[in-house]
Each structure stands twice: as C-alpha cells, then as structure tokens.
Design a protein around this ligand. Structure first.
Ligand code: PMV
Length: 337
C-alpha cells in the first residue's frame, strides 16, 4: 500500500531581487521581490513523493543521488506541511521517499532551488491534502521558491508579522497578460557557484550598507513602478528597472567584505553588448538580469528574438575561445502552470 504524487515546477527569474533575510530561520526577506515564472519545458524540477507504511525511514534522492534528510530547509518544509496536513494520524506516520530531478544544472545561479522547493511543496501539499496558499511552505525550503508556486508575474510580499504568516507570494498578472514576453537564458558557466546565495546574502547584509539602503530606499518605489509597467506592458520602463535592480544587487555584493563576486568577464561583456544594442536601436529591446552566478537571463519581446540571437551569434559566438564560456541561448516563455 502507498500513495504517490508527482509534480512539475518551473524556475522563476526575479526582476526585483530577493537578497538579504531579516530572519534567517523563518526565511523572511528584507524587501519585496518580483519575478516571472518560466515555462515547464526547459528549466524545471520534477518531484515524486511516495508515502508507505512499509518504508522504514524517510529518504531523498536528488538528481539520482541519495542525499541526507538532515537538511534543515527540507525539515522546515516537512514541518510546515505536517502542521496543515489533513491526513489521518495513522497515514501521517508513514515514511516518505522523495525523488527530485532538475532538467538543468543545479546551484549554478539558475534558481534550481526555487523550482525544487516549489515542486516539493506542491507534491507534499497534494499528498497530505493541504489546502490554500502553499507559497509559505515553499519559502521554508528556499526563499525564492515561494514565487515558483504561481505562474506568470509574481510578487513575494516581505510581510511584517514576525511569524512570517504574511510573507507570501501572490500572482500579479498571468502569463497570458503579456504573451509576447520572452526570456533567453545564456548559460555562461554551469558549474556550481563558489559562494552559495545563503552565505552571500548574509555576508552582504552584514558588511555592505548599500544593501540596506537599496532595500529601504530604492526597492519600495521601484517595485510599484515595475509592477505598473508590467500591467501596462511598458517594456521600456520594465527593462530599465530590471537592469538597474540586477546591477545594484551585484554592486551590493561587490561592496560586501570580502566581496561576493558572481558575474564574470563574459557576464560583463553581455551587459555591455546589451546596452550598445539598445542604444543603437530605435527603442529599448532587451533587459538583462543576473542571479547569484555568471549566467545571464535576457528579457525581450518575441518580435526581437531572431534579431537578438543573430547579434549574440555574431558578437558572442558559442565557445569561440577558451575565455568565453558562453554556450547557448534558450528562448523561454513566461507561463501559467
Ligand atoms: O532562494 P535563494 O536562497 O536561492 O535565493 C535566490 C536569490 C536570487 O536568485 C539571486 C534572487 C531572487 O530573487 O531569486
């Protein structure tokens, strides 16, 4: 006897970044953030959870390798689920086997934990018959995961309650609202990042005053403006806020002591190329954003994808020399799962 549930959850890319926690244990952020959830074809996690009275202990496999269940984030997720479980006490005592796979590199600044924990939260919620918003459960695993629970454009409200009850994600517009928005992922380097986002965030918050300034003085205004730009489909405004926010997150990281360096020479070349492309076009055609790694995500409209791919092929041909690790661009749609 057993119950099995399988779910798929995509990666989300933040245009207003979450970087810095006001509460490390509950994963409560210092600012609101906003992202677009990608389609499930290219960058997603698939998780199967199976509960059975025959299993002797809880076990987890990530990308085919058995990992320890002692991970505190995983335990937090399970704890949150059990609080809201609607299964009988008998079935709640059944042990779990969890199997999760990503179809893209893990921990390379491609928001793998976001997809992974959103997927785990969704699968566990289904298994334990948990109803209502599950973004808080995903957040207990990895902050940005709360935004992957919804499709389209999603805002994670930092909340003000010390328990974290109001620190949840809410969709602000479905993918169908802006159907010609495209996201191009340029995999510059898919090896594991040197400084994890958890360590990077903590160090930046403790040692870079600019991060607090950004969270308190810049983001509150910017997030309202970018949300309005999304609702009005104003690409120009959307693009400027996206690029500024990414630049400022990495500026804060660079101002940490010791500095957290995520972007590499190829990333900076992409930034320069995108500004040159925009300034020689009749309008802003592309926006870049970088998470905790060197890979670039580019936001653009469907009508400009072919031209931009041509520009990238010309100026940044894949793996043309050993210093350029850039490999490929995948055109991805924002999606509503
Ligand atoms: O959720 P985490 O701990 O993997 O942190 C994600 C941080 C960024 O990806 C850099 C920004 C974001 O908002 O997704």
């Amino acid at each position: 006897m057993s119950i099995t549930v399988t779910c798929v959850a995509p990666v989300n890319i933040a245009v207003i970044k979450y970087w810095g926690k006001r509460d490390e244990d509950l994963i409560l952020p210092i600012n609101d953030s906003l992202s677009a959830t990608l389609d499930t074809e290219h960058l997603c996690a698939k998780t199967t959870v199976r509960a059975s009275p025959e299993f002797k202990e809880n076990k987890i496999w990530l990308n085919g390798r058995e990992e320890s269940m002692d991970n505190p984030r995983l335990q937090n997720c399970l704890k949150e689920i059990m609080k809201r479980s609607q299964l009988s006490k008998d079935m709640e005592s059944w042990k779990l086997h969890i199997c999760s796979e990503n179809n893209f590199p893990t921990a390379a600044g491609l928001a793998s934990s976001a997809a992974g924990y959103a997927c785990l939260a969704a699968a566990l919620a289904k298994l334990y018959k948990v109803e209502g918003d599950i973004s808080g459960i995903a957040r207990a695993g990895s902050g940005s995961a709360c935004r992957s629970v919804y499709g389209g454009f999603v805002r994670w409200y930092k909340g003000s309650d010390p328990t974290g009850i109001d620190s949840i994600a809410k969709p602000i517009a479905p993918a169908s609202h802006w159907p010609d928005m495209r996201i191009l992922v340029l995999v510059v380097n898919d090896s594991k990042k040197k400084v994890s986002s958890a360590i990077g965030m903590k160090r930046t918050l403790l040692t870079s005053e600019f991060l607090t300034y950004k969270a308190e003085k810049i983001i509150p205004k910017r997030i309202e403006q970018i949300q309005e730009a999304i609702l009005k489909k104003d690409f120009e405004t959307f693009a400027e806020h996206t690029m500024r926010d990414s630049n400022e997150m990495h500026a804060a990281c660079l101002a940490a002591y010791p500095p957290c360096i995520y972007m590499n020479d190829t990333s900076h070349l992409i930034v320069e190329l995108m500004h040159q492309y925009n300034s020689t076009s009749d309008r802003t055609k592309v926006a870049y954003s970088f998470d905790a790694g060197p890979n670039a995500t580019l936001f653009l409209l469907e009508k400009d994808v072919a031209e931009l791919l041509g520009i990238l092929d010309h100026y940044l041909p894949p793996a043309v020399d050993n210093n350029l690790e850039y490999r490929k661009g995948i055109s991805i749609e924002v999606t509503s799962p």
